[in-house]
Design a protein around this ligand. Sequence first.
Ligand code: ZN
Length: 311
Amino acid sequence: MQEILFLEPIFKEMIWGGNRLGTDFGYDIPGENTGECWAISGHKNGDCKIKNGAYAGTTLSTLYKEHKELFGNCGGDEFPLLVKIIDAKQDLSIQVHPDDAYANEHENGSFGKTECWYILDCDPGAKIVVGHNAKDKEELKQMIDEHRFLDLIRVRDIKKGDFFQIEPGTVHAIKAGTLILETQQSSDVTYRLYDYDRLQDGKPRQLHIAQSLDVIGCPYEENTASRSTKALTNGELETMVSCKFYTVEKITLTGEETFVQTEPYTMMSVIEGSGTVQGVAVTKGDHFILPSGMGEYKIDGNLTIMKSYIG
Ligand code: ZN
């Protein structure tokens, strides 16, 4: 039987971060402004180590390069996806990401960034920014020049369980009081468009207006990808999104269920409850990879898992 690969999360302190990764998820966080948990990552800015078994202590990036058989011999030298939990106590800056072509050309061969958000929890009245109101680049440029950012952005209400797919070129921002599970391409390229005129150590944070103007899609097109739900024997499986880079599913169980791995490898994050995967205990806050060759496997318990895989 293939051994499940558990990962050691990496934490990032951010000016906008809070303490819920400690209070809600029980992680040993570095401080009261911990914004991000890089839960499944082989990125150079936060490369998770394997926690258990034969590969304990090895980073995911090394394992991916040296043991391609565990990942279905997929092409590429870099682990392609990154799963994070984000605790936004304050608003994040209004930002946009490039696509693969732009990032490759302008950011030293980096991947672009398509990302998606599952709202784990949020304060009453919490909001999020997705999209903008400029009809074309001309108007976009004018609104930016005139500093009319609050007219430019589209702000919407959110609630627990909502899901958003953020394509490259989409203006977006997570706002205060929001806990999110993010699945994204493994990229750390962000162009900051507006930071609410905040100061960090007495200075505004750097903006990237020229790059933002290059990559923002005009006009904004609403992403209409729809979710679909399939009943299981003891729960349900909801497909949240399936795009060129990843598929994300939410599995909610109240008992035992048998699954068959049809993808090259499978990433999982337990976001509620506890149970077992192939007899191995798992609980809220655990992140792991089912390597290639799992075949049929059993999950049992009262738990909710976010599952993702390439393609
Ligand atoms: Zn983003």
